[in-house]
Design a protein. Structure first.
Length: 182
């Protein structure tokens, strides 16, 4: 961001913006872009303005025929695109993952348990309603046989959706069947 700031400030100075006002140009461009991305208004225009300001800053100070000039121009276009992407990642449609609570000094740090399959995997079957008219799920051998057929037919690893379609059950139950066969 400092390089982007310096490039846009230098662009303003090169085009006769007073020295006292030149630092406000990159601040205004970046604040406009952040506002646009967060409010989802004028996003394309704001990102275009920021990219254009950075590229124009490079092209104003360098020879246009130099290869390094165009590489620098492309590099300077990355800064506003990165800010746009960072803010887009935290939108309500795409919530970012929250960080786990940090333990205090008195609490020991515990490693996450990674036991697979979980011990209560069969409890899911006991607590749920059946997906079809069959009373019992297929056996682990039946699931393994279906998995080998599905894998050879599709040429890729079997997913819960593939198993669900094969047995006529929900995707969640298809994933349970995969866990049973593991």
């Amino acid at each position: 961001m400092l390089i982007s700031y310096a490039t846009q400030r230098d662009l303003a100075l090169a085009h006769d913006v007073p020295k006292s006002v030149a630092p406000a140009v990159p601040v205004a461009v970046d604040l406009y872009m952040v506002w646009a991305v967060r409010s989802r208004r004028d996003v394309a225009l704001a990102v275009s303005v920021a990219v254009s300001a950075n590229v124009a800053g490079v092209l104003t100070t360098e020879e246009l025929a130099a290869v390094g000039t165009w590489v620098a121009a492309g590099l300077h276009a990355v800064f506003p695109l990165t800010v746009w992407r960072m803010h887009r990642a935290e939108s309500p449609e795409r919530p970012s993952e929250s960080l786990p609570d940090v333990p205090t000094d008195s609490e020991p740090i515990k490693a996450p348990e990674s036991v697979w399959p979980p011990a209560d995997i069969w409890q899911d079957f006991a607590d749920s309603q059946p997906d079809s008219t069959t009373d019992t799920p297929p056996s682990a051998e039946d699931i393994r046989a279906a998995m080998s057929v599905l894998e050879s037919r599709n040429g890729r690893p079997v997913t819960g959706r593939m198993v669900a379609d094969h047995f006529g059950v929900s995707e969640r139950t298809g994933r349970r069947y995969l866990a049973m066969a593991a």
